[in-house]
Design a binder for this molecule. Structure first.
Ligand SMILES: Cc1cc2nc3c(=O)[nH]c(=O)nc-3n(C[C@H](O)[C@H](O)[C@H](O)COP(=O)(O)O)c2cc1C
Length: 183
């Protein structure tokens, strides 16, 4: 698939078919994550592939029913839980080297985009889910102290396509030479 087509065509999917996702397909998605850029190639991301219906039900308790992706998490055959190892990205000997602190959110964000684009190119749907009780999810998933859960996504074959939310015009976010100066 053409890259621009993937970037522009990927949509958040909130309705899924129950059809399973093969191991081969999962591996292809993980391969896309694997080749994502990261701070000094630190690759702080870790992913829990959640398929066990019992654990899924537990994790769903951490996602509010008001979250528009809640039912998608129930329907999809897989939930991918994206975690980040703390004090690695943007750090030297465990201490941040820039005023931005831990770059974990940045690197895992890039990894999530790779994941979503790869999934889309393989005919699968995703939706980044960030609004949930992270502490609760970490407890349920037995995530250790040096790791945090960042976001999750259901993964499966779309039952319906997603709506296309409007984007800002380029002129609204691109400046010339100095902040605020129009191109
Ligand atoms: C960091 C992040 C967190 C998000 N959290 C949620 C969420 O908790 N629930 C949800 O339904 N969508 C969530 N989304 C999906 C956005 O609403 C969606 O990407 C945006 O509306 C643009 O739509 P599109 O992905 O179809 O282009 C999240 C997206 C990002 C990048």
């Amino acid at each position: 698939m053409d890259l621009m087509e993937a970037i522009k065509g990927r949509r958040s999917i909130r309705k899924y078919k129950p059809d399973p996702v093969s191991e081969e397909t999962l591996q292809k998605i993980m391969e896309a994550v694997r080749w994502s850029p990261s701070w000094a190639n630190t690759q702080c991301w870790e992913i829990i592939v959640l398929k066990d219906p019992k654990v899924k039900i537990e994790v769903l308790k951490a996602v509010p029913k008001t979250n528009p992706a809640h039912s998608a998490m129930v329907e999809a055959p897989v939930i991918l839980i994206l975690c980040g190892k703390k004090a690695i990205s943007g750090c030297y000997r465990g201490k941040p080297v820039t005023a931005k602190g831990d770059w974990l959110m940045f690197d895992t964000g890039i990894a999530m985009q790779s994941l979503c684009l790869a999934a889309y190119s393989l005919g699968l749907g995703t939706v980044v889910v960030g609004m949930f009780d992270h502490k609760k999810a970490e407890e349920i998933l037995k995530v250790p102290q040096n790791v945090e859960v960042v976001a999750m996504t259901p993964l499966g074959y779309p039952a319906t396509g997603g709506a296309t939310p409007k984007r800002k015009d380029i002129s609204e976010f691109v400046f010339s030479d100095r902040y605020g100066e129009k191109v």
